[in-house]
Ligand binder design. Sequence first.
Ligand SMILES: CC(=O)/C=C/C=C(C)/C=C/C1=C(C)CCCC1(C)C
Ligand SMILES: CC(/C=C/C=O)=C\C=C\C=O
Ligand code: FE2
Length: 560
Amino acid sequence: MDSLWFSDICGHHVSPFTMLDFDQSCHRKHGFSLENKLVFGRKPYKQALTIARVVSPSQLAIVPSPDKEPVDPDQSHVAWTSVKQERWEGELVVQGEIPLWLKGTYLRNGPGLWHIEDYNFRHLFDGYATLVKLHFEDGRLIAGHRQIESEAYKAAKKNKKICFREFSEVPKHENFMAYVGDLAKLFSGSSLTDNANTGVVKLGDGRVVCLTETQKGSLVIDPNSLETLGRFEYSDSLGGLIHSAHPIVTDAEFLTLLPDLLKPGYLVVRMEPGTNERKVIGRVNCSGGPAPGWVHSFPVTQHYVVVPEMPLRYCAQNLLRAEPTPLYKFEWHPQSKAFLHVMCKASGKVVTSVEVPLFVTFHFINAYEEEDEDGRVTSIIADCCEHHADTSILDQLRLKNLRFFKGEDVLPDARVGRFKIPLDGSRNGKLEAALEADEHGRGIDMCSINPAYLGKKYRYAYACGAQRPCHFPNTLTKLDFVEKKAKNWYDEGAVPSEPFFVARPGATEEDDGVVISLISEKNGGGYALLLDGSTFKEITRAKLPYGLPYGLHGCWVPKK
Ligand SMILES: CC(=O)/C=C/C=C(C)/C=C/C1=C(C)CCCC1(C)C
Ligand SMILES: CC(/C=C/C=O)=C\C=C\C=O
Ligand SMILES: [Fe+2]
C-alpha cells in the first residue's frame, strides 16, 4: 500500500515511527539528531535535501522540494513549502502546561503539498491536503500529520502529473481530442478534484469528514490514524457538483448550500446524523445574475439560514479555461449587486431578501437574531471577515506572492463586516465595521467562536489579524464586540493558523476555554500553541520536529 511508505526528513523510506525512532533514524544515518537539527537550524535540513535527491527516486515518497521550488530559507517560508514527508506521529515536549480538562483531538486540514515532480502549483488552494492532529490527554500532547489519499492525490503520484481540475490548476492535455474529452468529463464532474483540502468536520454521529468545494471531495478519515477511509457518498439524488466549503455542523445536523449554476440560485439542505441523505429545506433564487455568488461559507441564526449572494460569482467560461484568470473560476459583477437572503429553517420559506453594499468574504463568523421588547425578531445581525469588496485578496493568495515577501505592506485591508438585515420588509440591509479595523491591524480572516454561541448573540470571536507591514495575516486576535477592542498575539516572522476555540467543560463564561493554533516559524520550525481564551496569554507551547505548511480549518473531536 502506498500509504505505508513515506520518507523521513532525510529522504529515506521508513515505516511508521515515533518521534524517538525518527530522531534515532536521523542520527544513525547522518550523524545529527533531531535535537541538533532544531538547535542548529537549517544546515542539516539542507544536507538532507541533497541526500534525498540522491537516494530517493521512488514515486511513493514525497521528498523535499524539487528543483524549481525555492529551497532558500530566506525566500521560502516553511508555511508555503510543501510538507516534508507523507506522514509522521510523535509525542511533543510541552513547555508550560496543558489543562487537564483538555481531552481530545484537534484536527486541522489544509493544502500542504504544492508540487508534483518538478511542476509547482500556483495557488495556495491547489495543494494536496495535509491533515494534522494534536491529541491532548492527561497533560500530554501527541502530534501527527498525514496526506489525505484522495483520488486526485493518488493519481498525481502514480502518473507524476496533475490529473484532475484543482482550484486553479487544470491537467495538461496531450492533444485536442483529449481536451474535448476532458470538457465532457467536466460536465459530469468526473474531471473535478476530490482533493479535500479545505476543512474537516465531526458529524453528530462521530464520523469525521474532510471537505472541499466539490461534493465528491468529501472524504471520511480516521481521527486517530488520520487514514483516509473512503468517500462520503451522499445517498440522495440532489446532484450538483459543488457545495459550500463550510457546512454548519452540530451534534444535531449538517446544513449546507448547493449552488445551482444552471438556474442561478441555491438549495439549502440538511442531513441528519447517522444518514448520508441531504433533504431540501428550501430554495433561494438569485436576485442578481448571471450566476450564483461564491458561497465559501454562510451563517445561521437559531431559526434562520442566511444565504449570501456575493457579486463575486461562479463563472462557467472560467471553469472551462485551461489557464487561470485573475479571479480563477469566478467573476466580479458589481452591477449585479449583492444580496442576503433569509430562509426560515422550519418552513423553508424565504422571509426576506435584502440588497446590501457590495462585499467580499470567505468566512462568515456568526449571526444572531435581534428582538423587540415583545420578543418579536426585528432583524438579523451577520458578521464576516470582509475584504472591502476587493477581490485582490484571492490573487494575494498565489504562492508566488506568499513565498516572496520582501517586507512590503501588501496585505489588502479587511474588517469585521457586520450586516444588519431588517425583517420588517425593508429592501436594504446595512454593512458596517463591528469594531475599528486598526484594533486588528486592518487584516482579519480565519475565524472561530465558542460553538455554544452558534446562531446566538455572542461577544467574542478569535481570528488572524495583521501586524504590519505584512503580506499575510500574522497575528492571533481575540475580538471583543462589546468593548470593541482586540487582544493580539504576535511572534515575529511566524505564520499562525486559524485560532480554534475549545470551551472548558462546565464553563459558564463565553471565553472560558483555550485557543489552539499551529505556528509555522520563520526559521523553518513550528510549534503547537495554546492561549488562554479569556486573557489571551500563552499557556502552552510544544515544538514540532519540523515546521508544517500553513493549514486552513479545524475541528475538535472530544475524547469520550
Ligand atoms: C482550499 C479552499 O479554501 C478552496 C478550495 C476550492 C476549490 C478546490 C474549488 C474548486 C472548484 C472547482 C475545481 C471547479 C468548480 C468550481 C470550484 C468549486 C471553484
Ligand atoms: C487564508 C485566507 C485569507 C486570508 C486573508 O487575509 C483565506 C482562506 C480561505 C479558505 O479557507
Ligand atoms: Fe474557509
